[in-house]
Design a binder for this molecule. Structure first.
Ligand SMILES: Nc1ncnc2c1ncn2[C@@H]1O[C@H](COP(=O)(O)OP(=O)(O)O)[C@@H](O)[C@H]1O
Ligand SMILES: [Mg+2]
Length: 245
């Protein structure tokens, strides 16, 4: 058995309830002392006691309702979030497409954003320059590449984002619900690219609401519900159970 490249060991992630106040600020101000102590003591659990392991080269799907905790998992793997309890171990360089437009600057051009993102994701400027033509070609955005990305549609942003992360030679590729906004042709191109990554031994974590895409890419799937893993197993079994709930 190969060593695991990603290990979640009884991981919990909670946020201060401050972010989840529903009564409104006015209400809060009128009852300030009691509200403050309530906030201090209450936490909102985004993830509860999550444990799983991924082997190198596995393609792992994460499915489940909005708010279930899927993106939090990717944030923890990418290292942009820290667990409140438990341990997350990651071996290798994770290249993440976490959110549409995250890490992009609206006033910079597509080309400038590629440079910026490449550097943020850990490449030297010279390395990004070497790859930039290939990235632009893959994105099929050459016509718009020297325009500020605030004029891009969400599909165009997804193209740019996927093209950047897919050309960074990642050990671990994290894709969060990004393909849904692209057109069909680009979705297919991304699926093909992920398939070739899989063949070359890249570990993939793929969050999607598209069960056909999940079936195409993933060997194993975790179904998240209510901030924890409800089921984990082979793609066929989990997708079947999820669909018939
Ligand atoms: N920065 C944050 N502050 C407070 N709560 C958050 C934060 N990020 C996520 N959450 C909450 O954690 C839960 C899980 O979020 P997320 O992982 O984004 O879910 P999913 O990707 O499955 O839709 C949600 O209820 C969300 O509101
Ligand atoms: Mg999400």
């Amino acid at each position: 058995m190969k060593d695991p490249v990603i290990v979640f060991d009884h991981v919990c992630k909670s946020y201060s309830l401050y972010h989840h106040i529903t009564g409104g600020t006015k209400n809060l101000l009128f009852h300030l002392p009691s509200a403050v102590s309530a906030i201090r003591n209450s936490r909102y659990e985004a993830l509860k006691d999550v444990s799983f392991e991924l082997k190198k080269g596995e393609a792992f799907g994460i499915i489940g309702k909005n708010g279930a905790g899927k993106s939090t998992i990717l944030g923890l793997i990418a290292g942009v979030l820290k667990p409140t309890e438990g341990r997350v171990t990651v071996k290798g360089q994770a290249s993440a497409l976490l959110e549409l437009g995250a890490g992009f600057h609206p006033e910079l051009t597509g080309r400038e954003n590629i440079m910026l993102n490449g550097i943020i994701l850990g490449l030297a400027k010279a390395e990004v320059l070497k790859k930039i033509d290939e990235i632009i070609e893959f994105s099929e955005l050459a016509e718009f590449i020297d325009q500020p990305i605030r004029v891009y549609s969400s599909g165009m942003l997804a193209r740019l984002g996927f093209s950047v992360v897919a050309h960074l030679d990642p050990d671990i590729l994290l894709i969060d619900e990004i393909l849904a906004v692209g057109d069909m042709e680009f979705q297919k191109k991304c699926i093909d690219k992920m398939t070739s990554f899989k063949k070359s031994g890249v570990t993939i974590i793929f969050i999607s609401h598209s069960m056909p895409d999940v079936k195409r890419i993933c060997d194993r799937v975790a179904w998240f519900d209510n901030h924890t893993i409800k089921m984990i197993g082979s793609t066929g079994d989990i997708v079947f159970s999820y669909a018939k709930q």
